[in-house]
Design a protein around this ligand. Structure first.
Ligand SMILES: [Cu+2]
Length: 137
């Protein structure tokens, strides 16, 4: 399954010990990228009231496996949109669905090079600080 490859191939974040997190142990064993030129990457984003933290500030363009871990008390989600001229621009380029407190939700995004904002799309969450920059190169 493509998603499994993405999550396992370039993950440098230890998440196997998280309470309630799906076990990732063994997913990467013997699995090679689909093509030698493929550049898959992975980020883990922590959400809590009212901030986001990402395991990486920069990822290579292409397929990005994303995990949203909600360490807060309220539900949160995640969106990614380009920033042009200092403002959000164009459509939402990727999303992670609503994640309850303590939950971990995965998604796979395809991102072109550029400057992006990751943010929680729930009302007032972005304006309260749940937003960070992600550079794609
Ligand atoms: Cu939120």
């Amino acid at each position: 399954m493509r998603h499994g490859l993405v999550v396992a191939s370039a993950c440098s974040v230890v998440v196997g010990g998280l309470a309630g997190a799906p076990a990732l142990v063994g997913l990467g064993t013997g699995v090679a990228p689909a093509s030698a030129g493929a550049r898959n990457s992975h980020i883990l984003v922590y959400a809590q009231e009212w901030s986001l933290y990402s395991s990486r500030a920069t990822v290579p363009a292409g397929t990005v496996g994303v995990e949203l871990w909600n360490r807060g008390e309220d539900p949160h989600d995640l969106r990614v949109r380009r920033i042009r001229d200092g403002r959000l621009s164009g459509p939402v380029d990727g999303a992670v669905g609503l994640t309850q407190s303590g939950g971990l939700t995965r998604a796979t995004w395809r991102l072109a090079p550029g400057r992006y904002q990751l943010y929680c799309a729930l009302p007032q969450h972005r304006s309260r600080g749940m937003r960070i920059i992600l550079l794609v190169r």
